[in-house]
Design a binder for this molecule. Structure first.
Ligand SMILES: Cc1cc2nc3c(=O)[nH]c(=O)nc-3n(C[C@H](O)[C@H](O)[C@H](O)COP(=O)(O)OP(=O)(O)OC[C@H]3O[C@@H](n4cnc5c(N)ncnc54)[C@H](O)[C@@H]3O)c2cc1C
Length: 414
């Protein structure tokens, strides 16, 4: 393998760091440059709304690799540097400090950024967002002071921040125009379980209500809802979804549509360019369509696949979408991708907060979620991937092993 080649990775986060690790593990001995806009070496974001936010684990626990990892592998980690323009014909990337880097292969792992609320008062001090470790530090400092927080959005980030804030003893109000938390992904039945969990922990859940404005002097003091109510608060956290960072790719003329378009090897249509993680809208062979997944496991596993494609040894990325969430003492894992379903079957009573929910379309399981039940995600994923025809009563019956619902020859697909 030629050692004078340069592989650039833009986005020093989970997907980028795993790609750099894989390039070296696979024996690539050319230049590997990993460029990150943040000042931190690559870290994982899930703890930022959970134990790290609550001050239960220290900073060292969030990093993807130990401090010396990159130098030891001759990975040129450039932190605090933003890639500002890309010329794919010349294979040249420009950084914000004026440096221009030629590349043989380029991987974009630029991630996603929070949607901003553009409503009256949106710029007031104390209206916070959560994406980076710096955001989490700023939010933790607010939690330390106590008081009342209004969380806008009952998606994963909003729900986890609400839980962490309650665990730290704050008064918490959650506002969302949908009827139950997490409704878009889980639907109303399972979303209602999460609503009840939050209500039981003392969160005021204002579902079916939008936010009209933030009001206050220099800093936010109250939130006005679309139905005319007002809620006093010390600060606000907004968690209303993210959008893929596609600016650099679009400027360079790469195909972009809800993310950077890539094939099942994570290769873009432009020679030498690849994308992975939250930023990539990748063709998924199992679903036979492009999907963009905004979850930790996707970034973790796509990084290495992109690296192998850069090396000319392409794998196919066909893992089923998977994510996890922890709220209070309720942990869950979700596998699959259910855009439409006709019913939900429960194994176990949701009221006990120890159950599995299956989303079905016809007689097939399209997604499954285990809540405070462990070591079943492989079996759930096999059910989905095998397209096994299931009987609702057997699916619901805890005495029927999930393994028995899956044909014996189905391998682990997690
Ligand atoms: C608070 C929080 C909690 C989460 N919890 C969970 C969870 O419980 N379970 C789960 O499955 N997922 C969770 N996620 C989602 C998960 O963290 C993301 O899917 C994952 O971080 C995506 O990784 P990534 O490497 O694709 O991109 P990102 O993590 O978004 O990183 C991209 C990096 O690229 C950098 N960058 C962008 N543009 C440029 C540029 N032009 N030049 C240089 N650098 C650039 C950015 O600064 C950033 O550091 C959570 C996310 C957050 C924010």
């Amino acid at each position: 393998m030629s050692n004078d080649r340069t592989f650039l990775i833009v986005g020093a986060s989970l997907a980028g760091a795993k790609a750099a690790e894989t390039l070296r593990a696979e024996g690539f001995d050319g230049r590997v440059i990993l460029i990150g806009a943040e000042d931190e070496r690559p870290y994982e974001r899930p703890p930022l709304s959970k134990d790290y936010l609550r001050g239960e684990v220290d900073r060292e626990r969030v990093y993807v690799h130990p401090k010396d990892f990159y130098a030891e592998r001759d990975i040129d980690l450039r932190l605090g540097r933003t890639a500002v323009s890309l010329n794919t014909a010349a294979r040249e990337l420009a950084l914000d400090d004026g440096e221009r880097l030629r590349y043989d292969r380029l991987l974009l792992t630029v991630g996603a950024e929070p949607h901003r609320l553009s409503i009256s008062g949106g710029e007031l001090e104390g209206v916070l967002y959560l994406r980076s470790v710096a955001d989490s530090d700023a939010l933790r400092e607010r939690l330390d002071r106590g008081g009342a927080v209004v969380v806008i959005g009952a998606g994963w980030i909003g729900a986890e921040v609400a839980a962490s804030a309650r665990q730290r003893g704050l008064e918490v109000t959650v506002i969302d125009p949908l009827s139950v938390p997490l409704e878009r992904v889980l639907g109303t039945e399972v979303g209602a379980v999460y609503r009840d969990i939050h209500v039981d922990h003392g969160v005021r859940m204002l579902m079916g209500t939008g936010v009209e404005a933030f009001e206050g002097g220099a800093a936010v003091e109250r939130v006005r809802t679309t139905d005319g109510r007002e809620f006093e608060c010390d600060f606000v956290v907004v968690g209303v979804g993210v959008q893929p960072r596609t600016g650099l790719a679009a400027q360079a003329g790469l195909a972009v549509d809800n993310g950077i378009l890539v094939d099942e090897h994570l290769e873009a249509g432009t020679p030498g360019v690849f994308a992975a993680g939250d930023a990539a809208n990748a063709h998924h062979p199992f679903y036979d369509e492009r999907i963009r997944v905004e979850h930790w496991a996707n970034a973790l596993h796509q990084g290495p696949v992109a690296a192998r494609a850069m090396l000319g040894e392409p794998d196919v990325y066909d893992r089923l979408p998977y994510f996890f969430s922890d709220q209070y003492d309720v942990g869950m894992e979700y596998a699959g991708f259910a855009r439409a379903w006709d019913r939900v079957v429960f194994r176990g009573d949701p009221a006990t907060r120890e159950f599995i929910a299956f989303w079905l379309s016809g007689d097939r399981v399209v997604a499954g979620m285990n809540v405070n039940v462990w070591d079943v995600t492989d079996a759930i994923q096999r059910l989905i991937r095998q397209g096994v025809s299931v009987d609702d009563r057997r699916l619901a019956d805890p005495d029927v092993s999930l393994e028995d619902l899956v044909p014996a020859d189905a391998g682990s697909m997690a």
